[in-house]
Ligand binder design. Structure first.
Ligand code: SUD
Ligand code: ADP
Length: 287
């Protein structure tokens, strides 16, 4: 079996510019991967695509984004073989951490090897955009500025290294619903260029100060728990906190490792799903 890692992402900034004619929103966002990852196993079959996951929230049919990735490659390149895909789910589902998108991206990369398609990363990223807006970024990983509906990628250097505390309240959030609730009149717009400078110059203080997400207030208005978790995370000592993507996961940046146990243990009192991970920063090897 071929194994591929599928890491989660967080959005350091997420600026929603406007709603487009096609219903999607034009965005500018800085995404970076963290070392919380699903593990995708791929085994060639005679022709069919199968999905196997022990996680009850992960669909095991064509709704699964990894299934869609395999189907897309099979149809586009007339591949006769099929694949059995196992998903060892570690990333919380519907959390704003792009778990499904990362599974799809890992499947594209793994099948490129297994089915010997010889496609470039750029070709895989381009195909990935047909599956979902975040899939192109997940093909590359690392740190990037994403524009368009999320599929136009410009690579950025690694942010200054730090710990990331992730806390997910026990609610799932629909990305479409959150974008649907976006109100341009009330929107806050993060300083994307400032964040790029902070990353390029390795300025941790500025990176913390410039975290921002236009979708945060939409989800906060729907779910009071998210605001409570933000408050708790700040109180327990995170340097800066923000909701990731459309939520509901809240992340906190922490420079000093010594502070992690207090924040982690404090949050565990409120929230079942808490993780202390590192920023991955750089793009990672395949497996
Ligand atoms: C908000 C973000 C931020 O990284 O991530 P998540 O919270 O999902 O992790 C992304 O923009 C989510 O990307 P992704 O989850 O791939 O979205 P898609 O499947 O393409 O779209 C789901 C739905 O979200 C809305 N959508 C998505 C992207 C976008 N730029 N504008 C939109 O309006 C559309 O209503 C679309 O039907
Ligand atoms: N491989 C997968 N892992 C998780 N969820 C998936 C997957 N494939 C499809 N989904 C569906 O996608 C939806 C969004 O899941 P996910 O990608 O985890 O969240 P988000 O878009 O918030 O980052 C879920 O409701 C789930 O039903």
């Amino acid at each position: 079996m071929l194994y591929v890692k599928a890491p989660a992402k967080i959005n350091l900034t997420l600026d929603v510019l406007h709603k487009r004619e096609d219903g999607y929103h034009e965005v500018e966002m800085i995404m970076t991967t963290v070392d919380l990852a699903d593990r995708i196993g791929l085994t060639a079959t005679a022709g069919e695509i199968r999905i196997d996951s022990a996680d009850r929230f992960v669909p095991s049919d064509a709704r699964n984004l990894a299934y869609q990735a395999a189907q897309l490659l099979k149809d586009t390149y007339q591949v006769k073989q099929g694949v059995a895909i196992t998903i060892d789910k570690q990333i919380p589902v519907a959390a704003g951490l792009a778990g499904g998108s990362s599974d799809a991206a890992a499947t594209l990369k793994g099948l490129n090897q297994l089915w010997q398609l010889n496609l470039s990363e750029d070709e895989l990223a381009h195909l990935g955009a047909q599956i979902g807006s975040d899939v192109s970024f997940c093909v590359y990983g690392g740190t990037a500025l994403a524009k368009g509906r999320g599929e136009k990628i410009r690579h950025l250097p690694s942010p200054p290294s730090c710990w990331v505390i992730l806390a997910k309240p026990s609610i799932g959030v629909s990305t479409a619903e959150v974008y649907g609730g976006f109100n341009p009149e009330k929107a806050v717009h993060p300083d994307t260029q400032g964040m790029i400078r902070a990353i390029e110059t390795g300025n941790y203080t500025d990176m913390c100060a410039l975290l921002g997400n236009s979708l945060e207030s939409v989800t906060l208005d729907m779910h009071a728990e998210v605001a409570q978790i933000k408050e708790q995370m700040k109180k327990f000592g995170a340097d800066a906190v923000l909701m990731s993507g459309s939520g509901p996961t809240v992340f906190g940046l922490v420079e000093q490792e010594l502070r992690i146990p207090r924040i982690y243990n404090g949050l565990r009192g409120f929230c079942d799903e808490v993780y202390a991970v590192r920023l991955l920063g750089d793009r990672q090897p395949l497996a």
